[in-house]
Design a protein around this ligand. Structure first.
Ligand SMILES: Cc1cc2nc3c(=O)[nH]c(=O)nc-3n(C[C@H](O)[C@H](O)[C@H](O)COP(=O)(O)OP(=O)(O)OC[C@H]3O[C@@H](n4cnc5c(N)ncnc54)[C@H](O)[C@@H]3O)c2cc1C
Length: 476
């Protein structure tokens, strides 16, 4: 090793969580020349906390999903900053498109049947989660709810399957591999831990070691982040050097590059971005895995429009209503999985819209989206929901720096025998030099799609470089 930690130049592409943790760990291990190039004019990536209504909202990641083996939880568990959200999704009302309220007992049994019919357990199975769910759901309905109206059960299956799709980030469960649940490791413990009045941004500030009273301070990363620097070319051609070119004409050289851009950005850009082209195994993974779209819609009211004993509601579409909806300009409303209250925001309602409907919603104006939501409220609810004071929605797919929300394991990845491990594999230069490393949530073997996956991947690649320079000694 010619160079040591102090002199080796490391560039990180992306100031999302993966990039931030990689940079902080390298700096804490005596790497001095560490720079992050970020295309957006802010740090955080798919964590984006902004002031709204009575507090803040998280336009991207919101919850710490689980406790055991969750590196995010591990880092903060001794501080009193994570709070339970409560059992939101199993207590939401179920409303049909003729305004009929589904009796709670029947509805929650069907909810549990859907949850219990998703692939689970250690045994490998083949096929799609959609097929697995449909088969098991109807078998269990016969056994556990033999007298339930089959029309209602079909509506419940459609609604809860949509909810499950948005959890994994898929357009529908038929594109999701049943292996998703084997490769993705659920972290035991509360899956919906929220960050109180500060939002997920609180975690970023902790990582950077910045106090709450210094909103602009980058703490440990001060002087190491370049905002508005969109990398367009990564050249691994010269011996022991990687060259990065940016959209604004700027040019950087480094010994090592850690690329943390989303799978969606890689899918769109990899052919133009990397010189020489990426190895076939990595291209196979980029093309076979998927970055799904899940969007959030936030409505601020003068007063909370839902009754006190409602947390929120799922939409159960009657078959005929759905057929009619699909012929109208509001067809994207089929993608709304539900609408609910949210923590620390007494006057807010939040809805989710995913998949192709979520992408279509992004193409509409705010006015049109709001008009659609108000139509939906009138269609489903037997009480009036007034016009909101303010409205905001995410557009994760349209933004070229993301091109989606979070990654999932597809049946296509099964067919092509690939997975996050192929995204993770570093690329060496012609001289065998470890020039290009990959992090980002989609490269996490067991925690893809999450913040803790992004964090784990960022640490993994920082540790790879720390290991590479271990012969230099920690202080050289
Ligand atoms: C709506 C939504 C809800 C979610 N909810 C949760 C949740 O509750 N809990 C959870 O654990 N996870 C959740 N997630 C997932 C979580 O947000 C992500 O898995 C995680 O934040 C990804 O971090 P990352 O560093 O891998 O990628 P990113 O955050 O995407 O960071 C990559 C960075 O690279 C930058 N970039 C892209 N292209 C370039 C370029 N050419 N040059 C320079 N910079 C570039 C991007 O601007 C971005 O800042 C959610 C995501 C979304 C969208």
């Amino acid at each position: 090793m010619d160079k040591c930690r102090g002199s080796s130049g490391i560039l990180i592409i992306g100031a999302g969580l993966s990039g931030i943790v990689a940079a902080t760990r390298l700096l804490q291990n005596n790497f001095k020349n560490v720079q992050i190039l970020e295309a957006e004019d802010r740090i955080g990536g798919r964590i984006h906390t902004i002031p709204f209504a009575d507090n803040v909202i998280d336009v991207g990641a919101q919850w710490c999903h689980g406790m055991q083996r969750n590196c995010v939880y591990e880092m903060v568990k001794d501080q009193d900053i994570l709070h339970p959200t409560g059992d939101y999704y199993s207590t939401m009302k179920m409303v049909r498109s003729n305004k009929e309220l589904v009796p709670h007992e029947v509805g929650s049994t069907m909810h549990d049947i859907v949850a219990g019919s998703m692939p689970s357990g250690p045994h490998p199975v083949v096929g799609s989660s959609g097929t697995h769910l449909a088969e098991n759901f109807w078998r269990r309905i016969e056994a556990e709810l033999p007298h339930v109206d089959r029309t209602l059960a079909r509506e419940a299956l459609d609604s809860f399957a949509k909810h499950e799709s948005s959890i994994v980030g898929a357009d529908n469960l038929f594109e999701v591999s049943v292996r998703e649940h084997i490769e993705y490791h659920d972290c035991d413990g509360d899956k919906l831990l929220h960050w109180g009045t500060k939002g997920f941004q609180r975690f970023i500030r902790l990582l950077m070691n910045v106090g709450e009273d210094q909103p602009e301070d980058l703490g440990l990363l001060a002087g190491h982040v370049h905002l508005g620097k969109k990398v367009t070319r990564i050249e691994l051609a010269r011996p022991r050097k990687v060259i990065l070119r940016c959209e604004d004409g700027d040019y950087f050289e480094a010994d090592h590059v850690i690329c943390t851009v989303s799978l969606g950005v890689l899918q769109e850009q990899h052919e133009k971005m990397f010189i020489p082209p990426l190895p076939p195994a990595k291209v196979n993974a980029i093309r076979s895995l998927n970055l799904g779209t899940v969007n959030k819609l936030f409505l601020e009211f003068e007063q909370q429009p839902l009754p006190d004993d409602w947390v929120g509601f799922y939409c159960f579409w009657l078959e005929q209503d759905l057929k009619e909806l699909r012929k109208t300009e509001y067809s994207w409303l089929e993608g709304i999985t539900g609408c609910h209250k949210t923590t620390c925001q007494p006057r807010l309602l939040m809805a989710w819209v995913g998949g192709s409907h979520g992408r279509h919603m992004e193409t509409l104006s705010d006015e049109k989206v709001l008009e659609g939501l108000q139509w939906l409220f009138r269609k489903f609810l037997n009480f009036e929901v007034p016009a909101p004071k303010r409205f905001l929605r995410s557009k994760w797919f349209t933004n070229p720096n993301f091109r989606g929300s979070y990654s999932l394991r597809t049946t296509k990845a099964d067919e092509h025998d690939t997975g996050p491990w192929d995204l993770e594999t570093p690329v060496t230069g012609p001289d065998g030099h470890l020039g290009l490393l990959f992090a980002g949530e989609a490269s996490s073997r067991n925690y893809f799609s999450t913040v803790h996956g992004a964090v784990e991947a960022g640490f993994r690649e920082a540790d790879r470089l720390i290991g590479l320079y271990s012969s230099c000694g920690p202080n050289s």
